[in-house]
Design a protein around this ligand. Structure first.
Ligand code: ATP
Ligand code: MG
Length: 566
């Protein structure tokens, strides 16, 4: 299943990027080639926003018969780590994409980048500035005021080259010099006011070790990395729109063998969700979540553990489309997409999260029978299974009320319900402990109501159950949104203050049908009436742990009819 060809088979929504590419192919702009790249910085785990970029870059390449590279944008040695590199590869593969033998690192190009920088210096297009970081900031000007030239801007070319080489040789401490492009300090675009190309940073890089003590900036390294790889369409998010003139400037003045083209699209924003790696790292480091793969996290590792499928994520990315303007997508749409996918594929099962014992007084003691249950009503090939039934059962505590309101169609003293796939029972008596808490229900059953004379008899409610002597214990983890505010961290406050204190509820002593006792980690089920669940890797033999992926209540289906998507 997880193969790029399948990924490409997702609904091929056409959008402005695909239109540009189709047009470029028609006019032969890039020699009839399409070559994209996905360029993560290995400073955190990938999140659902990255999935949009992955589906776009790999998807476009597959659709147009092109190629997509995986390239680590690893130009910042202090924040990057091999742990992240490994997680990124696992996540991209899991999503169903394959970079073949085209895995690259911006750090592979450090020497080339350096040589191009020397060329800029020789051409009088770059200079070494010796102002402090604060002074550089002060000279930069503002949106309304032009910047001022640095006193070092007109250093003789020879001195620049000498200083730049000595920067590389490690003669200067951090922060003493930078290499800057010589563009225009009065440009209305602040990115063009002599941007920094290289910084001194005496730090060990996760791949190049201590070979370098100067590191290129993103704005300088990215266009050249694209050019070196022969990227035709460099797709990035909107915040880089104002950097495009600089991207083009770098390409124009370094004159690499290839001229890629940058195109921007709107990043994915989801309400109730934080998507910046920096903020996600904060949650991990402050132990506010269990780790990068906590099932409440919007990381691909987290949602995989939660039970989302790669097909659902790809479908979601196709549905949200490509906008040119910032927007916020309702997280309910993501949940809806996941539900639709799981509805088609998951086996149904019976499980009781908060058990209440039921004894059927007129059911023969010691009798053991099986009732037939449908595995998946959406998939006839999934077949049926046999569920053990006996005199003692567990039902859900909240399927019983001693003093039910009107329209409570579940169990109450004197009331009848049907047990899913089995008999109709009536509650005769309530057993309580010394504190008045209900500990057990004494019921009777209608022996003809399964396949006998009253099999078609209708009662208002149907509830789920498991046979007490056959049931197995499990732990179930119920999740709610990690943040309780639609826009966590709105107005600059710490998003931590918006965390939902009830985002995780752990239930132990849950009862599951015996067939689930050995379900493998990652296996997914619909627990009837309760939602979709996935076996967590924390499971131990005989002690399964289930994560609730989503409930069955589809809020999107309700609001979708009222809301026009942009
Ligand atoms: P973050 O702000 O979450 O830390 P980033 O942009 O710094 O993300 P990168 O590793 O640089 O993270 O991103 C790799 C690629 O994924 C980039 O091309 C980036 O534009 C894209 N990307 C990141 N976040 C999103 C998003 N929310 N929606 C779409 N694309 C995204
Ligand atoms: Mg980035």
């Amino acid at each position: 299943m997880d193969h790029p060809a399948d990924a490409a088979a997702a609904p091929a929504a056409t959008d402005f990027i695909r239109e540009i590419i189709a047009e470029d192919l028609r006019t032969g702009k890039h020699g009839g080639r399409v070559h994209t790249r996905f360029p993560p910085e290995p400073n955190g785990y990938l999140h659902i926003g990255h999935a949009k970029s992955i589906c776009l870059n790999f998807g476009v390449a597959a659709e147009f018969g092109g190629l997509c590279n995986l390239r680590y944008d690893d130009t910042n040695p202090t924040k990057e780590d091999v742990e992240y590199v490994e997680s990124i590869e696992e996540d991209v593969r899991w999503l169903g994409f394959d970079w073949g033998d085209r895995k690259f690192y911006a750090s592979d190009y450090f020497e080339q980048l350096y040589q191009y920088a020397e060329q800029l210096v020789r051409d009088g297009k770059a200079y070494v500035d010796s102002l402090t970081a604060d002074e550089i900031r002060a000279h930069r000007g503002t949106l309304t005021e032009p910047g001022r030239n640095s006193p070092y801007r007109n250093r003789p070319g020879e001195d620049n080259l000498d200083l730049f080489r000595r920067m590389r040789a490690g003669e200067f401490p951090d922060g003493t010099h930078v290499l800057r492009a010589k563009i225009d300090m009065t440009s209305p675009n602040i990115n063009m006011r002599d941007p920094t190309l290289y910084r001194i940073r005496h730090a060990t890089h996760h791949r190049t070790g201590d070979a370098w003590c100067i590191y290129p900036t993103y704005d300088y390294a990215h266009p050249i990395s694209d050019a070196v790889e022969g990227i035709t369409h460099s797709l990035c998010t909107l915040e880089f729109e104002d950097h495009r003139p600089l991207y083009d400037w770098v390409i124009e003045h370094t004159r690499p063998p290839y001229r890629p083209q940058q195109i921007e699209f709107a990043r994915l924003n989801l309400n109730y969700t934080v998507m910046s790696k920096r903020k996600l790292l904060q949650l991990v480091e402050q132990r506010l979540v269990g780790g990068w793969d906590d099932p409440r996290m919007p990381t691909l590792a987290g949602i995989r553990r939660r039970g989302f499928t790669p097909e659902a994520i790809r479908d979601f990315c196709a549905r949200i489309g490509m906008a040119k303007k910032e927007n916020v997508v309702d997280v309910a749409l993501l949940e809806h997409t996941v539900r639709e996918d799981l509805n088609r594929r998951t086996r149904r099962a019976l499980a009781v999260l908060r058990p209440l014992k039921v004894v059927i007084e007129n059911y023969p003691e010691g009798r053991d029978e099986h009732v037939g249950a449908i595995n998946n009503p959406e998939d006839a090939a999934a077949g049926t299974r046999q569920l053990p039934f006996s005199r003692e059962l567990f039902i859900e505590r909240d399927d019983f009320m001693e003093q039910p309101p009107k329209k409570f169609f579940r169990l109450a003293p004197g009331a009848e319900v049907r047990l899913r796939y089995a008999y109709i029972i009536r509650c005769e008596r309530v057993v309580k402990d010394a504190f008045g808490a209900v500990t057990e229900l004494r019921c009777t059953y209608d022996p003809e109501s399964l396949s006998g004379a009253t099999a078609d008899r209708r009662v208002k409610g149907t509830i789920h159950w498991v046979s007490a002597p056959h049931a197995r214990d499990a732990e179930v983890r119920l999740y709610d949104r990690l943040f309780q505010s639609p826009d966590p961290g709105e107005g600059g406050r710490d998003p931590v203050t918006d965390l939902n204190p009830r985002s995780l509820e752990r239930l132990t002593g849950c009862k599951i049908e015996p067939g689930l006792a050995e379900a493998a980690a990652g296996a997914r089920f619909q627990f009837e009436r309760l939602g979709y669940f996935c076996v967590d890797p924390d499971s131990r033999p005989g002690a399964r742990v289930f994560n609730r992926t989503v409930t069955l209540k589809d809020t999107w289906a309700r609001i979708a009819s009222k809301q026009v998507q942009t």
